[in-house]
Design a protein around this ligand. Structure first.
Ligand SMILES: Nc1ncnc2c1ncn2[C@@H]1O[C@H](COP(=O)(O)OP(=O)(O)OP(=O)(O)O)[C@@H](O)[C@H]1O
Ligand code: SF4
Ligand SMILES: [Mg+2]
Length: 334
């Protein structure tokens, strides 16, 4: 069912309602339910983090948010409007406001184009302004991300990984987007420069009023930069709330396991007393477990967990969870 614009919160730049994205397997016999019923709002100006293991569906959500792929079902509204209902031309220009940046700058940059040509390219494709204006905007974007203008004459292989990712960020900025989906954007960078690039994202947000959806499997990254975190497991959200609530008082056993498995030093409040080791692999999204999808790896699973899908409920203000027993000590039935 298509939600009404009035149902979405007024400060939502993106509203996702019961999003489903499926992919046919190569033999065409089954559907991979990469995202299977996810609803959330991204608030204007915030950084919304999405965390989860490999294969949980994070990138698929990110690509759907900017309409790089089409939902199989459900709705994604931008500022309360469904972009898929726009005329084609309006849709093309609308999409420029919603950008995505991926992990690997080498895949995003053409090795045969100079840095300046790469930064200019989105402006040229959008036929934005005169040639002189495009050049001015490209230079502004390079300056914003801390790239010296003389790097414009170089080629990607002559730049460091961090510089290349700055070029990718500059390219996205030229079109003056409202929202950027950042998918593992520091994962391929040396530890030593990750902090610098994360700080750059924070600075750009402050100066340009950007909204980010920050996708990562690295808890340290997501908690450093996000106001709110969603925890994803096998195509669904299992928990969503303010970063400090989710990291200090996680409600879902999967979030607890992720926190306790975090190898980097974390504040004691974030580690918990007992280390919970996640057993086994994430099951296949082709045939997910019945009821609660986490039940095959959950140490608290009961009979009802196989029978009934846990409701998505707001257990505390702004803090959502999908677990039958999240409100009970030790996850036991009463
Ligand atoms: N184009 C595609 N065709 C078929 N299956 C796909 C496609 N894209 C993703 N999938 C499958 O959908 C599921 C979710 O993938 P996705 O890339 O969204 O996960 P992810 O959380 O981003 O993982 P990672 O942390 O490894 O990047 C996986 O099982 C993946 O194999
Ligand atoms: S619903 Fe059951 S299986 Fe799922 S997380 Fe809660 S206790 Fe574990
Ligand atoms: Mg991914």
């Amino acid at each position: 069912m298509m939600p009404q614009a009035a149902e979405t919160s007024r400060d939502a730049i993106v509203s996702v309602r019961d999003l489903q994205v499926g992919f046919q397997t190569t033999d065409g016999r089954a559907v991979v339910k990469a995202v299977d019923g996810v609803s959330f709002d991204v608030r204007r100006g915030e950084t919304f983090g999405i965390i989860g293991e490999s294969g949980s569906g994070k990138t698929t959500i990110g690509r759907a948010l900017v309409f790089l792929l089409k939902p199989s079902d459900g709705a994604i509204l931008h500022n309360g409007v469904d972009p898929l209902a726009m005329p084609r031309r309006q849709f093309q220009s609308h999409r420029r406001d919603y950008q995505i940046i991926f992990q690997d700058p080498n895949a995003a940059l053409n090795p045969r184009m100079t840095i300046l040509s790469s930064v200019l390219e989105p402006l040229e494709l959008a036929r934005a302004g005169s040639k002189a204006e495009r050049l001015k905007r490209a230079h502004e974007a390079m300056d914003r991300v801390g790239l010296a203008l003389d790097l414009g004459e170089r080629y990607p292989h002559q730049l460091s990984g961090g510089q290349k990712q700055r070029v990718v960020i500059a390219r996205a900025l030229t079109l003056r987007p409202k929202l950027i989906v950042c998918d593992e954007v520091v994962a391929a960078l040396d530890m030593s420069i990750r902090g610098d690039v994360l700080n750059l994202f924070a600075e750009l947000q402050r100066d340009l009023g950007l909204t980010y959806v920050f996708i990562t499997h690295d808890l340290a990254v997501v908690s450093h930069i996000s106001e709110r975190i969603a925890v994803m497991y096998l195509g669904r959200f299992v928990e969503l709330g303010p970063t400090e609530k989710v990291s200090e008082r996680p409600l879902h056993p999967y979030t607890k396991a992720l926190l306790s498995a975090e190898p980097r030093p974390l504040p004691s409040t974030m580690r918990g007393d007992h280390r919970i080791v996640l057993q086994g692999e994430i099951p296949s999204p082709i045939d997910p477990p019945s009821g609660c999808r986490f039940r095959t790896r959950c140490q608290y699973a009961q009979g009802v967990c196989a029978e009934k899908t846990p409701d998505w409920r707001e257990l505390m203000p702004d803090h959502w969870v999908a677990c039958h027993f999240a409100d009970r000590p030790n996850y036991s039935p009463t």
